[in-house]
Design a protein around this ligand. Structure first.
Ligand code: ADP
Ligand code: ADP
Length: 222
């Protein structure tokens, strides 16, 4: 079923930049939807609106059910781990904020780190991890609340090509096992075709989705 519908979404920043102008987009449960477009076309703005970090100038972000804490997981281009906290504590943070008991939070965070291949690094500090590993930890933190929607904003853009390929593969494998609904922002045609079940292409002028394509990968999805 439908999870989220953006209708007639417009956003003009205080300095007058019209980032979005009447954007329509629906997100279905369980899909991996890529939002593909050149830098500056408004992709990050869409994610900020979906996450409720900013409010639209016009139009609406309509969730199928009211949004609760932990319903949206966000991964940015930078992994943004807290340097003074161990990896396990970083990943447990959203559960702490949700008021979860610490022991249960630790168990859930450890399980999440195992799912992204970091089961041996629970006690490590962020500075001890490579860029790719930090990004895996950020992914585990975004998924630890079992969000209804995972938002990924160019998560691999800062990584070297080989690490990036590996993370693409691992993200695809994880999604195929767990089917968390994902809205993935990228300017990479390769990544959008490789990972998605659907691609929405955005253009800066007019600040809307201009094409919406199902992706039929040459390998089975189930
Ligand atoms: P993308 O993620 O596709 O690169 P953004 O959503 O970041 O695009 O930006 C869309 C447009 O809005 C761009 O022209 C950008 O310069 C502008 N923009 C983004 N954030 C702000 C801001 N906080 N204030 C003013 N303009 C902004
Ligand atoms: P703090 O981070 O507040 O100093 P602890 O050092 O007690 O707290 O560790 C936080 C949690 O990490 C503990 O509750 C424990 O479950 C878990 N933990 C501790 N050591 C390990 C380990 N070697 N491997 C995995 N988990 C660990």
């Amino acid at each position: 079923g439908g999870l989220l519908r953006l209708s007639g979404l417009s956003l003009t920043y205080p300095n007058g930049t019209r980032a979005l102008d009447g954007l329509d987009l629906a997100v279905a449960e369980g899909e991996f939807l890529s939002l593909l477009g050149a830098s500056g076309c408004g992709k990050s703005t869409v994610l900020r609106l979906v996450a409720g970090l900013i409010a639209p100038t016009a139009g609406a972000v309509a969730w199928e059910r009211p949004l609760a804490r932990g319903d949206v997981g966000f991964v940015f281009q930078e992994p943004t781990l807290m340097p003074w906290a161990r990896i396990l504590d970083n990943v447990r943070l959203p559960l702490d904020l949700a008021g979860m008991d610490r022991a249960e939070g630790n168990a859930r965070a450890a399980e999440g780190l195992e799912r992204v291949g970091l089961g041996d690094f629970l006690r490590a500090w962020p500075r001890e991890l490579s860029g790719g590993m930090k990004m895996r930890a950020a992914l585990a933190r975004a998924l630890v609340t079992r969000p209804r929607l995972l938002l990924l904003d160019e998560p691999f853009a800062a990584l070297d090509e080989i690490t990036r390929l590996k993370l693409n593969d691992d993200l695809l494998a994880l999604w195929r096992r767990e089917r968390f609904t994902t809205l993935f922002v990228t300017h990479s045609v390769f990544e959008s075709v490789y990972l998605s079940s659907r691609i929405a292409i955005m253009k800066a002028r007019p600040g809307r989705v201009v094409a919406d394509l199902p992706v039929d990968l040459p390998w089975p999805r189930d």
